[in-house]
Design a protein around this ligand. Structure first.
Ligand SMILES: *[C@@H]1O[C@H](CO)[C@@H](O)[C@H](O)[C@H]1NC(C)=O
Length: 206
């Protein structure tokens, strides 16, 4: 005979049998045709299941399987979660809630990002101007040059000495003279025949 796990139907039959057997009936499993007090179940019934016939376990509520080895969760665990014990799911990373029905992104999604399962993994889907695992990094489409940092969509924070939307404009605290051009912080490129830090000197021609 195969190894069989019995469920609710047998429970009802057993309870009826117990009640009608009278007060001097042995307690527990030794009732009528359903329970065999000498029954052996090998391997043993798990999770409080009772061996009622040879190799037949009667499982307690919330368990099933030949030896009552499986917990069953109702509703079932979602998103690949595992039923640990009745009503208790162990969720895969990224999922939460009693039945693993909620997706949770570790640390949350910032700046309007949305946590969505992608191939079974929780991911932040970011609005177009943000990126990064939590949508924490702004995107500056123009780029931030010369060591500038993108601090908000399209906005660079420029290091000292640089200005402009992409930090490409050098700042010369004293302006370059005679048509000279500020090419990096406090550095002028002079037009001939001028020279000097501010292009203030005219080279003497012989
Ligand atoms: C149950 O198994 C034992 C041996 O393991 C055997 O002696 C017994 O007769 C069996 N009972 C029934 C009802 O088959």
């Amino acid at each position: 005979m195969g190894f069989v796990g019995l469920g609710l139907t047998v429970l009802l039959a057993a309870v009826v049998a117990l009640c009608s057997a009278g007060s001097d009936a042995p307690r527990g499993v030794a009732v009528g045709f359903v329970f065999d007090p000498k029954a052996r179940c090998e391997p043993a019934c798990e999770h409080g299941g009772i061996c009622i016939r040879n190799n037949t376990c009667f499982c307690s509520k919330g368990y099933e399987g030949e030896t009552c080895q499986y917990a069953n969760c109702n509703p079932k665990c979602k998103n690949g979660g595992m039923c640990l014990r009745p009503g208790k799911c162990r969720c895969r990373p990224g999922f939460g809630g009693r039945y693993c029905h909620k997706v949770t992104c570790d640390g949350g999604c910032w700046n309007g990002g949305e946590c969505i399962p992608v191939n079974g993994v929780a991911k932040c889907i970011c609005p177009s101007s943000w990126t990064g695992s939590k949508c924490q990094e702004a995107i500056c489409p123009q780029g931030c040059g010369n060591g500038g940092v993108c601090v908000a969509p399209g906005i660079c924070s420029c290091p000292l000495g640089w200005l402009g939307g992409a930090c490409h404009t050098a700042v010369c605290t004293q302006s370059c003279l005679n048509g000279g051009k500020c090419i990096s912080p406090d550095k002028c490129r002079c037009r001939p025949p001028f020279s000097g830090p501010r292009c203030e000197e005219r080279k003497k021609s012989n």
